[in-house]
Design a protein. Sequence first.
Lengths: 594, 351
Amino acid sequence: MKPTDISDPNYFHKVVDCQWACPAHTPVPEYIRLIAEKRYTDAYMINWVSNVFPGILGRTCDRPCEPACRRGRIEEEPVAICRLKRVAADYKSDIKGRLPLVPSKKNGKHIALIGAGPASLTVARDLLPLGYEITLFERDDVSGGAMRTQIPRFRLPAEVLEEELNYILDMGINCRFGEEITSMKAVLAEGYDAVFVGTGAPLGKSLNLPGREEAAENIHTGIEWLASVAFEHVTAVGKKVIVLGGGNTAMDCCRTSKRLGGEDVTVVVRSGFDEMKASPWEIEDAINEDIPILNFHVPKRYVLEDGKLVGMEFEKVKKEFDENDRRLLVPTGEDPVIILCDDVLCAIGQENSFPWIERDIDLEFDQWELPTIDKTTFQATNKKVFFGGDAALGPDNIITAVAHGHDAAVSIHLACNDLDVKKRPNPLTCLDSQKMGIHQWSYDNDISNDVRYAVPHAEKEKTLNDLNIEVELGFDESLAFHETMRCLNCDIQTVFTDKLCIECDACVDICPTDCISFITNGKEDDLRVRMLAPAANIEQAIYVSDKLLTGRIMAKNEDLCLHCGLCAERCPTSAWDMGKYLFNTAKAADACPN
Amino acid sequence: MSYISKPKFMHPEMSTNDLGLTRRDYEGTLTTLCGGCGHDSISAAIIQAASGMSLEPHRVAKISGIGCSSKIPSYFLSKSHGFNSVHGRMPSVATGANIANKNLHYVGISGDGDSASIGLGQFCHIVRRRINMLYIVANNGTYGLTKGQLSATADLGSTTKSGEESQFDNIDMATLAIELGASFVARSFSGDKEQLIPLLQAGLTHKGFAFIDIVSPCVTFNNTDASAHGYKNTWENYIALSALDFVPMRKEITTSYAAGKEKEITLHDGSVIHLHKTNGNYDPYDKENALHHINQHKKQGKIATGLLYINQSTSDLHELQDTVDKPFNSLNSHDLCPGNEALSDINNTFR
C-alpha cells in the first residue's frame, strides 16, 4: 500500500465515526468534551453553528451518529450522543450575544424561501448574516414545518421549539405566514435572486381497502392527523385505535392516541418486527406505554356495521424467501384476524407533492415527481431554484434537511456572486498536537468502562394523561458527565511520523486493542489479514506509513482505536503524537473568497 | 510513566487459548519503565508466549533481582507467583524455590548488571547446578537505573551517552552459559518477537537450565549510534542462525517447510521446535560449533541469534540429587516423620 495521505481532509474525518455519519458533520467529540467541562453554552454553540436546532435535535434526531459510534464496536452500546446534545441545550446560558450579527446594510440580493421548516430556516440562518434579504412563505400561521406538525409535544415541548425557531426569525426575516403558494411561476415573477423550496413531503399515504369510503370519517392519514393534533383541531380519538405502519410516524400516532383518550391502541405492521422502520428507541418508548405491536398482519378490509367503522380485518402471513432471496410475505392459511376499532390511523408513508409548480418553467421533474436536482449543489434545472430537505430527495429526517439547507445556502451565495456553484468551498480543518507534558494531554484519555446511561423518564401516569408533558427528562448534570466520559475522543488522532520511528515496538505492546503492526508491506487485503489483529472491517481505513529502517511499514487499524494515547505516551521519539482534528463543513459565509 | 491504566477494552475478536484465557489475562500492571524500553517488549513477548502455549498462570513463579530488568515481572502474568529479590541474588532464591516445589515453571528475570556484575558468581553456580528454569537476561549494556554507566556486557570500544569509552572486553553471557553447562542457550532481540516468542516457549518447556540472552536496548541511556546495544545497531547487525517455530504438545502442526531444510527438535513433553531456513545448516547440538559461531560473528561486529545450543540428555538438579517426587508443600506429617521403623532402617545402614 501507498503511505496514507493524512492531508486529505476526509481521512481523519472518517475516523471520527459520529461526525462522519452526521449529515451536517457536527464535531461531536468536541462538544462532548465541553459538556464534560460544564461549558454547556460553548457546546451548544458548536451545535448551533453546525446543526442549527440543538435543543430540538437533542430530543428528536434520528441520530445516525449513534449506530456509527465506535463505542458500539468495542462494547455493547454507543455513547448517548443525542441526549448529550440536549444537555448542552438544557443547561446553557443566554446565547443571544453569541449569535451572528445581521448587517443593517443589505447586499441587494433577495431570496424567497418556501416552507418554514428546518431546511428553509437553515438557509435563512446562513444567508442573513451575509446581508441577504429573505422572504419566508409558509402555508401555516407559524413556522417549524414538520418539527411542529409531526413531532408531538410530549417529545418536543413548545418552548424548546419556539426558542430555536425564534433565534432565526428574530434575525430579521420578511415572514409571509398563512400564505399558501399556488404558483411557482408567480413567485419567480416577483424577481427574487433565488428561490429555495423546503416544503417537505406533505402528502400522507392512505390505505385504500374495501370500506374506505364509507368509513372515511374515522380513517386518518398519520401526518395530517398529527398536524391537526398539533394545531389542536383534533383533541380526542376513539377508545379503540388501530395504527397501521411501523415507522416513527406510527410510533408518534399510537403514543398520541393514548393521550387523547385511546384505551386500546394497537400498532399493526405487515412485515416482521425486526423490519420496522421506526428507530429502536421510539419502538421501545411505545412498548413502555403498553402499546402492543402486532407483526405479520396484512390489512384486508375495513369492517363496518351500520355504515360505521367497527374494526379491521387482517390476514396473517409469514416470511419466506424466493429463489432470488427476495423476502415474501406468504399467508399462513390461518383464519383472518379482526381487530375492533373506532379509528384507524394510516402511517404507511408520505410523499412529495408539487401541484403548485408549473411544468413549463424549465424545472424538470423525474418519474417519481421529484424535482431533478444536483445532489451536491441542490440546484434545480431552473438555475434560480434550489430544493432542500424532504422536498429535495424525498422523506428523510431533520438533520438531513439542515445539511441540505447549508449546502443550498452555499450554492445560493455562490450563484448570487456569479461563481460556479459546482466549485464547492473546502472544509475548515485543523490538526493540532494535544501534548501538554511528557504524559499529559489536553484531553481526558482515561475513558470510562461504564455502560450507557439511560435517560430518566417522567412517570407514566402523568405523561399518558397530558399531551404536553415531556416524557424524557433528560440527563442531569451528573449523569451527563458520566456519559461524556464514555466518549472515546475519536477526533484526537494518532499521527505517525515515520522518520522518527526507531521500531522499538512500545506502541504495539501497549495498544489495548492491537491496532498497530510493524510488518512488510503488501496489498491492502493482504495487510488486513497479516496484521497483529486482523482488520476485518473494510469500512474503516488502515493507516500505513512509508518504509522504515528495517524495510517494514507501520500499519494501524483505525477501526478499533480507543484514542487513549498510550501509543504516543510510550513512544520514546514522539513518532506518535495525538492531534486534535477539527473539521467543519464550509458554510455560506466561507464560500466566497471576498 | 503513564497516569492512566491500560483500558480494559480489547479487540472484540481476541482469541482465547486452551484455558479459555485471552492474552490480556496474562498481562500485569502498566509499565513504569521509559517508553521504548526493550524490557517492555520482553514483557509483551512473555505474555504472548505464555498465553500462546496455554501456560496456567498460577503454575508459574517469576523471580528477579534488582535493576530495570528486574522490575518487569510486575508487568506480566499478574496471576503468577513472584519474588523480587536482592541484587544479584535471584539465582539463590530461584534455586531455593525450585528445590521446594519442582512442579512450577520458573522464570528468572535479570539484567546485565544483576547477572554479569554483582551476581556473576551466583549466575555461574545456578548454571552449574542445572536448575530446571528459564533464565532471562535483559541485556542493554548499560546501568540504566543509575543513569547510564557502562556495564560488563558493553562491547569494547562502545561509548556511554556522555562519551565514555569502554576499555574492557565484554562478558558474553551466552558463551559463559554454554561453557558452564547450560543445556539450552539462545540469544534474541527484544525487537524481534517473531524469533523471541518461540524461543521463550521452547525455553519454558525445556527440561533443565534454559538461558536466553536478550539484547534489550536502553532507549534513554544506551541507544546512540556508538552503542552496540542500541536499536539501530541491533537491527543492522543481528543475524539469525536459524528461524524457528514452537509447536506445543498436542497441537497439530499446520505450517510446512521444504523438506530437508528443517531440523525438528522434540522436547521431553512432546512439544516440537522446528528449525528452518537455517543459516549454513547450523547445528545447535554441537557445543564447539556454537561457541565458534558466536565468536566468528562477534569478530565481524555481528550478533548471532536464535537457538544457539541445546542438549536434552543432561539431568537437572532434582534428578542428580534424587529428591523427593512431591513438592514440599504437599508432603504430610507421615512423609516428613515416617516413624520409628523408618528411623531404625536408616540407622541400620550406618551400622
